[in-house]
Design a protein around this ligand. Structure first.
Ligand code: ZN
Length: 349
């Protein structure tokens, strides 16, 4: 029989390996879990426990103290008192009554998914390739085309107790499935051993990546626009350092911000593409848990050889419109039932 120590060590090792590659999950995104048993010091009997990554931190550097430890019998019993999706947030407070001992880290909103899915090991990740399918307009059809019966589609629902129940039911209806694509969000994979869960996670990511390479467009950002192509490196650096103080000042209009200059092939390709404007306007593609967080770049829409004076004037003008747009966005989504990040994010690129 596997000891609690072995279960924890395997979970930490798997989490660190999965989290080491940003293509598997974004920084601080995703969570992992393992079910196992340990001796209950009160009764001296074996009791089933769930170790699950708690709130905060990153999978790549997860340590044992970042795990929440819950009693499975009690988490499962929550199904009997669950008042329905309108009051699902009450269940997060109820997790505190399911903790084993002092319980370790604070349980996250994804705890229900890990506890209710009937598999010993569960990985929930936000991989690039998985998000591409999850956020596609026809994601459900693409998921079937890519994976057949092996990976099932779960329609978008905000993370919480109901999403845990949904995934658990879908797993039961699809015994051949190794995981699912969560619409608008990411992936969840499972296995009966830690190795199997990790293999299944990586298999979903690998097959989604191959599918996108095989069936995706060779020019996903549209045709190349020569007027916005990168300047020679020396000119590029000179212009960036001339504009950087202004950009930093604009970004810090409402709160102090730090920033850095990113200069990679992928960025150049995106900036010189036909679809730059509409894609930048869409912002980030993974809404995840912060339903009212919207992160989109401010695009200086001038040819790359535009003069410094023109660039400064246009940046100031664009920034004013950008701030107005953000303020309106947060006012429009000010409903109390919609969780948001700590502060509106204003970023400039
Ligand atoms: Zn997530």
């Amino acid at each position: 029989m596997t000891t609690a120590r072995e279960t924890i060590d395997a979970l930490i090792a798997r989490s660190n390996e999965l989290g080491a590659d940003p293509a598997n999950t974004n920084y601080a995104g995703g969570n992992t879990s393992a079910k196992g048993s340990a001796t209950d010091p009160v009764t001296g009997e074996e009791t089933e426990l769930l170790w699950v990554k708690g709130s905060g931190g990153d999978l790549g550097t997860l340590e044992e103290k970042g795990l929440a430890v819950l009693r499975l019998d009690r988490v499962r019993a929550l199904k009997e008192v669950y008042p329905g999706v309108d009051r699902e947030d009450e269940m997060v407070a109820a997790f505190d009554y399911c903790l084993h001992g002092k319980g370790g880290a604070a349980p996250s909103i994804d705890t229900a998914m890990h506890a209710l899915v009937d598999a010993a090991h569960v990985d929930h990740l936000h991989p690039d390739a998985g998000i591409a399918l999850a956020t596609a307009a026809d994601g459900e059809r693409l998921t079937r085309e890519c994976f057949g019966e092996t990976v099932v589609w779960v329609p978008w629902r905000r993370p919480g107790f109901q999403l845990g129940l949904d995934i658990s039911a879908i797993k039961e209806e699809n015994p051949a499935a190794i995981g699912c694509i969560l619409g608008g969000h990411g992936i969840t994979a499972w296995g009966e051993t830690s190795e199997q869960a990790q293999e299944n996670s990586l298999r979903i990511i690998r097959e989604a990546t191959e599918f996108l390479e095989r069936t995706g467009s060779s020019e996903p950002f549209g045709a190349h626009d020569a007027a916005r192509a990168a300047l020679p490196e020396a000119e590029r650096r000179a212009k960036a350092s001339a504009l950087f103080p202004l950009v930093r000042g604009l970004a810090s209009t409402d709160a102090p911000m730090v920033g850095h200059w990113t200069d990679t092939e992928a960025v150049h390709e995106f900036l010189a593409s036909e679809k730059l404007a509409p894609l930048a306007e869409l912002g980030t593609s993974c809404p995840d848990h912060f339903l009212r967080t919207k992160v989109k770049p401010l695009v200086l829409d001038l040819p790359s050889d535009a003069s410094l004076e023109d660039s400064v004037a246009r940046l100031k003008e664009l920034h004013e419109a950008y701030r107005a747009d953000y303020t309106a966005y947060y006012e429009r989504h000010a409903e109390a039932d919609s969780p948001r990040s700590a502060a509106p994010i204003r970023r400039s690129c």
